[in-house]
Design a protein around this ligand. Structure first.
Ligand SMILES: [Cu+2]
Length: 529
């Protein structure tokens, strides 16, 4: 075990730390919410410049390799204009600057040694969502460290290039801590990504824009408010304010060229039906990547569902747009199939909060300048071998609930139990069944990316987005670690349990509706050496 747990003695990020420990860091160095500065006046509906990773301390781009320390603690930040408040953030000292929730960018093959220092007042641990790491580095809640303690990670990033992320994973507290601000991008680079950057002249933070989409609630002072009522504990906690990279009512100014947007759903429970609306018309875009990196080829789409923890990389073509065009990244209305009994209304207890499935306007993409640009999307982006299903064994999972607790195969999570064992190197077809009525569940597997083989029994609004006879949507043509299972659906995925780590490994299978996770919808499983 390379796990170490010890009392913090030395100051890890010296400037941030007094002898008493973590000092509240006030982010006053350029992270104040900015009104849009361009030739055009701020849009009345979207007056705030999108906080773009790399431009300021929040989501600052850190090219990490080797060793670094990541500290979770209270940070002062102005999410709503004129209301600096204390939220939770991950802090990183990088080249003499201090970043909050840094965007960690690494080349595949990089060896990382990360000292995680928990400066919260409760236990926590970091989960590297989507990364192929061993048990000791996965952020299992069993390894959560107490306030003031540290945890040392050491792993090699072996994933394909793509958009991953990191967030807390302590038992019963992950939903609250993520909601209060703890989440960051983890971007892996590889040859395919570099080739695409060159082909399209893309630059991270300029024309390649990660978008962390979250819905939050605020109290009267402008602080984030996490206070689910009984129904919200069961259904999930939705917010009334849409944020992108912690920017409310964001505006992103563009030129007439191609842009890559890395869409990440960092919400606790809200599902989005994303479209780029030009007036009443959804603009065609191309899905180029999913949870586990680039697709083989771009897939044209007009909309996609993105459930909590899923990622979709898309390319939006503004070459034929005109200066002054307004394109609104929106969530179109849909039936979110929120199960209710007489005792449990499907709607949130707070009347001002739009329910899951309500139409939302998320971000304005505004065309403000002409650009000479002669590039177009390559036909081929990457290589993905067909899944090998011969000799794969089958394993069934049913999702349901009992007495206010969510269950997988009739069990709710117990941290010390292991629900089942898989043999290292085995290929298995995992078949999930979600009854109807029920709720949609984003199914996340730790440690392994998988391939979606087929969806059956989909509701009409899902079936109509199917790219192929087997019922799967554009992002599911690639590698996935989270996939949304709608009520009434049966979904099959293929997982190859080959891994390079020594000994037995314990991973988790969970629902990424974080209130469902908190209320039992998770199991441990063993990959036996
Ligand atoms: Cu769920």
């Amino acid at each position: 075990m390379n796990r170490t747990r010890r009392r913090l003695v030395a100051a890890a990020g010296a400037a941030a730390v007094g002898s008493a420990g973590w000092a509240l860091w006030r982010d006053r160095t350029g992270s104040d919410l900015q009104a849009v500065k361009s030739a055009l006046a701020p849009d009345p509906m979207f007056p705030n410049a999108l906080r773009v990773p790399g431009n300021e301390a929040l989501h600052g781009i850190a090219d990490v390799g080797g060793s670094f320390t990541l500290v979770s603690g209270p940070v002062e930040h102005e999410i709503l204009r004129g209301k600096p408040v204390t939220m939770l953030g991950y802090a990183l000292e990088y080249n003499g600057k201090r970043f909050i929730n840094p965007l960690l960018r690494v080349e595949t093959g990089t060896n990382l040694r990360v000292r995680y220092w928990n400066a919260l007042d409760e236990t926590s641990i970091v989960h590297w969502h989507g990364l192929r790491v061993d048990t000791n580095n996965d952020g299992h809640p069993h390894y959560a460290v107490a306030a003031g303690e540290t945890y040392d990670y050491q792993f090699t990033v072996s994933n394909r290039g793509g958009t991953y992320w990191y967030h807390p994973h302590p038992h019963h507290l992950a939903g609250k801590q993520a909601y209060l601000g703890l989440a960051g991008f983890f971007i892996v680079e590889d040859d395919d990504q570099t080739a695409l950057d060159r082909a399209l002249d893309l630059k991270l933070g300029v024309t390649d824009i990660p978008l962390l989409i979250q819905d939050k609630r605020f109290d009267a002072n402008g602080a984030l408010s996490y206070a689910p009522g009984a129904q919200e504990h069961f259904h999930g906690y939705c917010g009334d304010t849409l944020l992108v990279n912690l920017t409310p009512s964001p505006c992103f100014d563009c030129a007439t060229r191609l842009y890559r947007f890395r869409l990440v759903n960092g919400s606790n429970a809200r599902i989005y039906r994303l479209a780029f609306m030009h007036g009443e018309q959804p603009l065609e875009f191309h899905v180029i990547g999913s949870d586990g990196g680039l697709l083989v080829r771009p897939a044209a789409a007009h909309e996609l569902f993105l459930s909590p923890s899923e990622r979709a990389d898309v390319v939006v073509d503004l070459r034929s747009a005109s200066v002054g065009d307004r394109i609104v990244l929106s969530s179109l209305p849909f039936d979110a199939m929120q199960f209710s009994t007489d005792a449990q209304s499907p709607h949130t207890e707070a009347q001002s909060v739009p329910p899951n499935g309500a139409p939302l306007e998320i971000m304005l993409v505004r065309v403000t300048s002409q650009a000479p640009y002669d590039r177009s999307l390559p036909d081929t982006l990457s290589r993905i071998d067909d899944p090998i299903i011969e000799n794969a064994s089958r394993r069934l999972f049913t999702l349901d609930h009992l007495k206010g607790m969510w269950r997988i195969n009739r069990g709710s999570y117990r941290m010390t139990d292991t629900a089942f064992s898989v043999r290292r190197g085995a290929r298995e077809i995992w078949e999930f069944h979600n009854p109807n009525p029920a709720m949609p569940h984003p199914v996340h597997v730790h440690g392994f990316q998988y391939r979606v083989l087929e969806r059956n029994g989909s509701p009409p609004h899902v079936r109509r987005l199917a790219m192929e006879e087997r019922g799967i949507a554009a992002p599911e043509l690639g590698w996935k670690d989270s996939v949304l299972l709608w009520p009434g659906e049966t979904l099959k995925m293929l997982i190859d349990f080959t891994h390079p780590f020594a000994g037995d490994q314990i991973y988790m299978l969970q629902c990424h509706n974080l209130e469902h996770e908190t209320h039992g919808m998770m199991v441990n499983f063993r990959v036996a050496a």
